[in-house]
Design a protein around this ligand. Structure first.
Ligand SMILES: NC(=O)C1=CN([C@@H]2O[C@H](COP(=O)(O)OP(=O)(O)OC[C@H]3O[C@@H](n4cnc5c(N)ncnc54)[C@H](OP(=O)(O)O)[C@@H]3O)[C@@H](O)[C@H]2O)C=CC1
Ligand SMILES: [Fe+3]
Length: 439
């Protein structure tokens, strides 16, 4: 690598509006091939982070006006001659059109930012980055930035999506790209060699992978409880007393069903921790893997907990709407008429009044507590808390002694010390992953 790349690449950070006049002279030079949406956002951020940007376009005249004035827009062949790091911001099907630049690109670092579509991902056995590497055997290909959208690049990194997975076969090249990622305000995550690029390219194709089972579980529970409540509140009065209560189907039965689902889901958040602890006690060791079903269950606690919160919140909303129903108004009027006919002037059942007051108060408090748990399970909030603060919020009693994150990752098992309290999820994921929604 040239001496230029050996200098630290850390530049200035971009303001949220993305505007910054001029990259400092002598700043590291970076090339971008392509002048599309991604190239434009990338150029803006790179210029703002203190890099000298040169963009290679097939039609520089047309594209120049779309880039920040500090970026130089020129023909592809001119753009790739001096920078050591070149971003390839074109689609896979156009990679081969860049082969005529092979000579100028020899020995340089090519950053593959591309994302395949789902069909492309299934169709090609080799990743886009590996394909690029096969077209340019004299270059070093590094996969990066594919998980960051053009919009995020432009708007600036936010807590939730700051991580940029990087992979490549040459540590030096990866280091150079990682430094650039850092300088741009993102967090590089080393994913290993270029062989992992297929995995990295699959990341943006995922659609809520951790939510499928918990959502099906919640739906299944909803259907079961709804059927039960329908039989109890609607069908049974109809069959036995010929009373037509079918109007209850859209609101009342749903409202009775939601808290049942919420309670069961909440208990399913805590149950696997207890089971895991019992299993460890029975085995007398923490150095054995949990069965797969328990492992998966532990990993899905956060989603199950959030779905429980969702059902509880819906229940609260439905409850607020109950008095708005016309059936409720008719019931009230009928009750009043009945009272008048019975010559009663003051209806007040002390026990009923107290029961409702306490019921509402406890319901509001429970929803408030559940909201707190849900909020602290968000990565951005959880990351801002230390372990003690987190466990204080997530459970009522204090954890005997926090198992270090490292330990739980290494052993792939929770500590026995947590036998009667939460068990960290036994995966190699982050802090929130193994600790969320634990009692
Ligand atoms: N948009 C996004 O949010 C993200 C995009 N990406 C990846 O970035 C890459 C570029 O995406 P994006 O900028 O959105 O796409 P665009 O369609 O907006 O831009 C593609 C660019 O490729 C250039 N190009 C070079 N050679 C050819 C060719 N032979 N035929 C057609 N175009 C060519 C064109 O620039 P010119 O005419 O100047 O040569 C064109 O502007 C893709 O691989 C995409 O997967 C990754 C993450 C997010
Ligand atoms: Fe309730």
């Amino acid at each position: 690598m040239s001496g230029e790349m050996d200098k630290p690449l850390i530049g200035r950070h971009l303001d949220s509006d993305g505007s910054l006049a001029e990259a400092p002279s002598g700043a590291p030079k970076v090339g971008i091939l392509g002048s599309g949406d991604f190239a434009r956002s990338l150029a803006t951020r790179l210029v703002g982070s203190g890099f000298n940007v040169v963009v290679g376009s097939r039609n520089p005249k047309r594209s120049a006006g779309l880039f920040p004035s500090a970026a130089q827009v020129t023909f592809q062949v001119d753009a790739v001659s001096s920078p050591e790091v070149i971003f390839v911001a074109v689609f896979r099907e156009h990679y081969s059109s860049l082969c005529r630049l092979s000579e100028q690109l020899a020995g340089k670092i090519l950053v593959d930012v591309s994302n395949p579509t789902e069909q492309e991902h299934l169709r090609h056995r080799e990743s886009n980055a590996e394909y690029l590497a096969s077209l340019f055997p004299t270059c070093t290909v590094v996969k990066a930035f594919n998980v960051i959208s053009a919009w995020t690049l432009q708007a600036g990194p936010r807590d939730g999506n700051r991580q940029v997975p990087i992979c490549g076969d040459q540590p030096e090249a990866k280091r150079a790209v990682s430094e650039m990622v850092h300088a741009m305000g993102f967090m590089p995550v080393d994913m290993g060699s270029l062989a992992s690029s297929r995995e990295v390219e699959a990341i943006p194709l995922r659609l809520l992978p951790g939510w499928k089972v918990p959502t099906l579980l919640a739906l299944g529970l909803f259907v079961c409880f709804y059927a039960y409540n329908f039989i109890r509140d609607v069908l049974q009065p109809y069959v036995q007393e010929r009373k037509n209560k079918f109007y209850k189907l859209p609101v009342s039965v749903v409202n009775t069903t939601l808290p049942c689902v919420a309670y069961v889901l909440l208990s399913l958040v805590y149950l696997p921790g207890v089971l895991a602890a019992a299993l460890q006690l029975r085995r007398g060791t923490k150095y054995r893997r949990f069965p797969d079903w328990l492992d998966h269950w532990l990993q899905h606690r956060k989603q199950i907990g959030l779905l429980s919160f969702f059902c509880a919140a819906l229940h609260a909303l439905y409850s607020f709407c109950l008095p708005l129903r016309r059936s409720h108004r008719y019931d009230l009027v009928n009750l009043a008429v009945k009272q008048v006919l019975a010559n009663k002037s003051h209806l007040w059942v002390e026990e009923e009044v107290w029961r409702m007051e306490i019921y509402l108060s406890v319901g509001v408090l429970a929803l408030g507590t559940l909201s707190l748990l849900a909020v602290t399970s968000l990565p951005s909030i959880a990351n801002s808390l230390n372990w003690r603060e987190f466990s204080f919020v997530q459970r009522a009693s204090a954890w005997p002694k926090p198992t270090s994150h490292k330990q739980s990752q290494d052993t792939h098992l929770p500590a026995l010390a947590s036998a009667c309290s939460p068990v960290p999820v036994s995966t190699s994921c982050g802090h929130t992953e193994y600790s969320s929604w634990t009692l």
